[in-house]
Write a protein that binds this ligand. Sequence first.
Ligand code: NAP
Length: 278
Amino acid sequence: MYYTAGVKLQDRIAIVTGGNSGIGRGIALRFAAEGARVAITGRDTAKGEATLKALQERGAEAAFFAADLGDESAAAALVANVVRRFGGLDLVVNNAGAGTRRAPVSATDGAGQRLDTLLRANLLPAYHVAAHSLAHLRGRPGAAIVNISSTAALHGTWGNYGVAKAAVEALTRSLAVQGAPLGIRANGISPGWITTEVTAGNAATDRGASLFGHMGTPDEIARVAVFLASADASFLTGQTVIVDGGLTITDYASLPWLDAVGAWKLFPPLPPDPGAPA
Ligand SMILES: NC(=O)c1ccc[n+]([C@@H]2O[C@H](COP(=O)([O-])OP(=O)(O)OC[C@H]3O[C@@H](n4cnc5c(N)ncnc54)[C@H](OP(=O)(O)O)[C@@H]3O)[C@@H](O)[C@H]2O)c1
């Protein structure tokens, strides 16, 4: 097997926002495989129940909480409910988010509606859930926050989505400084192109999706999230790890040369969920 699940997160109580779908679902499954007790969120109850079933079928202690985390009151209620349900909180993965390229910086969008929408989907859930979690994470051994950003924060092609994700990365650094005296580490992951329902229609972009010529999988993000949330990353805080198969270190003008040397050939795509335990 490409990766064998262990017990890096044994009995840790984790929230994975947006854990009902895509990358968040992959993180929830991988956290459970590493021994964590997992609370997942999302607005889509059907997806939430389906992922909860998958977690429970794998023997995990898990719960689903439906919430629109753009509302601070919903984020506060989520944290309180998880602490009540599980008896504490050790790990927070702020994964909930959504993006589009059709979000240019604009003065004619009705009071910046598009920016508001992208901030509400990406920054505010992470900000509010983290803010309301600090008091519970405080003093818990190995307490950690992992925020999911995007390489859109580095590319000017994603407009307000990139603006919102850049703010998520700044949030990660602020949380790392504020969290240090409380015993809390905070780091982030900046995924490149990852195969989920959202990107499934983009198969045509596979060649340009990474240096390896294909998209990544949710589990390839999840395994980095396990690392950042575990004692393996005990001296790491305030950083956002780019997990993009080399997308951001390659340049457009070199694509013909990369094609010629077959740069991607030794890195075949992995199955979406290679290590999930039966
Ligand atoms: N897939 C990629 O290529 C890629 C690349 C870079 C970064 N990312 C980031 O990775 C994260 C997961 O994306 P994904 O591709 O896995 O997409 P996805 O399958 O659509 O998952 C997004 C999750 O966020 C939740 N969500 C969105 N807005 C929310 C809100 N206001 N309140 C509560 N939950 C909300 C969604 O739940 P409901 O719809 O049920 O509310 C869903 O669970 C996002 O932050 C995304 O920006 C993805």
